[in-house]
Design a protein around this ligand. Structure first.
Ligand code: URA
Length: 237
């Protein structure tokens, strides 16, 4: 990748600001001052800015503990988005949420620059399990457990069988294999037990890190990335 493009994608400075950095000799590639914005930086090269190494990995994988009140979108005029909770460098690298959680839903949200992985994980054919904790109005019963496992008919489709585990009369853990719009809320709503609070605990093999408070994020470990690749039916380089 061109050096000026790489620096601006890493959020180091704007494309023209990067040229100024280069002109003043503040950037070194593999130990040599680099002044040519068009220089082709080989994969894995060491890039230093003012002597400090830059993290030149292009693909990034993050888990965010999404708080309530934030939109799962890249940008919005009126409302804070999940990208607003991350340092700007992730947006300039092209980090995008994988799927969406409603504005009032909290919990695990995966974000990545890896479009192929995101596409595969979201493919309806792939049936990646998502686990939610739902607090509902009313008391859950064994009849609800059966309704979920039979597949709840909704207005436009019948949901695939899902696993409901009742934790207390109004609290349950639900495992679904689809991710249609408002699906969990619609399923509970169809049983006359509207969702009052919804939190996602896991997405495929990825579990919400309980050390993350709402609004906090971290990069995934290599093992977590490999597990997501396996769930997506891809091999990780
Ligand atoms: N299902 C919903 O209804 N809302 C969410 O945010 C996620 C799944």
């Amino acid at each position: 990748m061109r050096l000026d493009k790489l620096l601006s994608r890493l959020g180091t400075a704007s494309r023209s600001g990067c040229r100024d950095l280069l002109r003043s000799g503040r950037v070194k590639v593999n130990g040599v001052p680099a002044r040519d914005p068009a220089m082709d930086v080989p994969n894995g090269a060491e890039v230093l800015l003012d002597g400090a190494p830059l993290d030149t990995r292009m693909d990034r994988y993050l888990m965010l503990h999404k708080p309530a009140g934030v939109l799962t979108a890249k940008e919005d005029r009126n409302c804070k988005t999940v990208l607003d909770l991350l340092p700007g460098a992730y947006a300039s690298l092209g980090c995008m949420p994988v799927g969406r959680l409603d504005k009032d839903t909290t919990g695990l949200l995966l974000l990545t620059t890896d479009g192929e992985l995101a596409h595969r994980l979201l493919s309806p054919a792939r049936h990646v399990d998502k686990v939610y904790e739902a607090e509902v109005a009313g008391e859950l019963t064994e009849a609800d457990v059966r309704a979920f496992s039979d597949g709840i008919p909704l207005k436009d489709f019948t949901a695939l069988p899902a696993k409901l585990e009742i934790l207390s009369p109004s609290l349950a853990r639900l495992t679904v294999r689809e991710g249609k719009y408002h699906q969990v809320k619609r399923m509970f709503g169809a049983l006359g037990k509207p969702v009052e609070k919804l939190r996602r605990l896991s997405f495929g093999p990825l579990m919400l890190d309980d050390r993350l408070s709402p609004g906090e994020y971290r990069e995934l470990t290599d093992q977590e990335i490999a597990a997501l690749y396996a769930a997506a039916g891809l091999t990780h380089a």
